[in-house]
Design a protein around this ligand. Sequence first.
Ligand SMILES: Nc1ncnc2c1ncn2[C@@H]1O[C@H](COP(=O)(O)OP(=O)(O)OP(=O)(O)O)[C@@H](O)[C@H]1O
Ligand SMILES: [Mg+2]
Length: 229
Amino acid sequence: MSEEIIRLNSIKKYYDENTRVLEDLNLIINKGAWTSIMGPSGSGKTTLLNIIGCLDSATAGSVSINGTEITKLNQTQLTRFRRENIGLIFQQYHLVPYLTALENVMMAQYYHGVIDEAKAVEALKKVGLGHRLDHVPSHLSGGEQQRVCIARALINEPKILLADEPTGNLDQKNGEIVLDLIRQLHAEGHTIILVTHNSDIAKLGQRIITVIDGKICSDSACTFEINEK
Ligand SMILES: Nc1ncnc2c1ncn2[C@@H]1O[C@H](COP(=O)(O)OP(=O)(O)OP(=O)(O)O)[C@@H](O)[C@H]1O
Ligand SMILES: [Mg+2]
């Protein structure tokens, strides 16, 4: 039987009384699985990913990752947990504009407590950017910036990779390059959760979950119909 790595129990996320984004959401994700999340704009996909990624906290419910109940951690513990366990790739790249590609990757190492320039160079070579180490983000194409983000997300060897519309800003060719890298990471054993509006990309995963109005309304891993009103 597959071993679980992420468990969400009755997760609620309310920004205020009128902004109830997630409602009693339950989800179990197995180690090494690739899960795609789809759903209309505003349905709560990024909110869900941010909660799993320790960037945001739930209003109620519990989240366990790798046996640790992260909902019980304080901010410092949560930040450390994230750096050790989770790699994040966003649609907007969030690179530091005045640092080079190499420095951006090394900054993630710095926060992790181990700086290793050779390893950072290696990571950038792996994403095909060995010739762009000294370029700042504004001197890189969108696809190249996204690949720096992937190198940065992977530098500390996280077991879980969360990607929020990682190809949303890319043309087809660069999108393919990024998806190939994600495929490779999945083959190496990483657990992948990928949010996308593109059903062809979603199908690259073994499981597709659809979120509507903050609830999981379909899950290809379930053989029974999810009946939530
Ligand atoms: N910080 C916040 N304060 C208040 N409301 C918020 C906040 N962040 C998100 N929301 C609201 O929560 C809802 C869900 O947002 P979320 O970003 O999770 O949607 P999404 O499914 O990722 O949409 P998209 O496909 O457009 O990225 C939206 O209605 C949004 O306006
Ligand atoms: Mg979103």
